[in-house]
Unconditional design. Structure first.
Length: 328
């Protein structure tokens, strides 16, 4: 049972729109009955009701004009084009990813991780670093600004599992409030800025061989947003210990700040135990600022499928670990 994001009524059989990701009752389940961004993207005049006959008609026409060979080629081309149009429009394969940026990013993270394993263990660690690690001595490899956000340590599972749990449980709460496009931009920009911030600080400290990778900075940005929007939301530390999210996030931030100071005092560059704590702090700060700036969007989302402002008593939030992450 869930409540409709439009009218707030409880619904035993709720419907989740594949385009915007929000939850609706029977009266508002159709896209035209709620403010769905999918309607603005509709560009499929024939794909949904396409009978498939036009392919043979095109083929016949082409055959009579230029021979059976060209007609056959035109027919195949037409069928391929219609197939692509069908799968990329409403109801097609791509529709499963519309409004689900969180899970699409999560899939990209695991696909990247598999590629990392192949390169690191099957080719060479040096090539792996060149492709996937944002390094202080190779800032010119601009592709690593993005790939480093999706990449994780290839010598263990804790890093990627921890970040995946944060993204899986908390990402949809932010995405449903701000929209998939804005969430995607927020995720990658916060991850890139957190990584670059750590690297630039390391360069300033003379640690020119430092490298970072992982979605921890973006993950902490997501937690920062929810710390502003729902500070009293109940979460489970390590899936066991219940606590309010504000205590979890500010506690981790405090520990990270202490470790950064200790690292600097010891001549380091903001890292401790192979974890880039400075990047975590930068991501968290970005999330706090983003959450404060977009409080209106959170209020308009409302309901069980959105964000309840102020952390008032309400439904229990998702469980999650207490600050996963790690970087080279």
């Amino acid at each position: 049972m869930a409540t409709c994001d439009v009218c707030g009524e409880y619904e035993n059989l709720p419907y989740q729109c594949n385009r915007c990701g929000r939850t609706f009752c029977a009266d508002h389940r159709l896209p035209e009955n709620h403010n769905c961004p999918g309607l603005a993207e509709w560009d499929d005049p024939g794909g949904v009701f396409d009978s498939g006959f036009d392919g043979s008609v095109e083929a016949g026409g082409a055959g009579s004009a230029g021979g059976s060979g060209s007609g056959s080629f035109a027919g195949v081309t037409g069928r391929v084009k219609r197939r692509i149009d069908r799968e990329t429009n409403t109801g097609g394969l791509v529709s499963y990813f519309r409004g689900n940026a969180t899970y699409t990013i999560l899939l990209a993270i695991w696909v990247t991780f598999l590629a990392q394993l192949v390169v690191f263990w099957g080719v060479s660690p040096a090539l792996h670093d060149q492709l996937f690690v944002l390094r202080a001595d190779a800032l010119g490899n601009v592709w690593t600004w993005v790939t480093a956000v999706l990449s994780h340590s290839p010598v263990g599972l804790y890093h990627i599992i921890g970040n995946s749990v944060v993204l899986f449980f908390f990402g949809p709460l932010v995405e449903r409030a701000v929209g998939s496009k804005r969430f995607t931009a927020f995720f990658f920009l916060s991850g890139i800025i957190a990584g670059l911030g750590h690297i630039l600080f390391a360069i300033g400290m003379g640690a020119t061989s430092t490298g970072v990778l992982g979605a921890s900075g973006a993950g902490f940005a997501i937690l920062g947003v929810l710390t502003v929007w729902r500070p009293n939301m109940q979460v489970l530390l390590f899936f066991v210990v219940p606590m309010k999210i504000k205590y979890l996030t500010w506690g981790i931030a405090l520990v990270s700040a202490v470790l950064v100071v200790q690292s600097v005092q010891a001549g380091g560059a903001g890292s401790a135990g192979n974890i880039a704590h400075l990047a975590h702090l930068i991501g968290f700060a970005i999330g706090l600022a983003f959450g404060k700036r977009n409080e209106g969007l959170a209020r308009s989302a409302g309901g069980m499928g959105g964000i309840s402002m102020g952390g008032a008593r309400g439904p229990r939030g998702p469980g999650g670990p207490g600050g996963p992450g790690g970087r080279f």
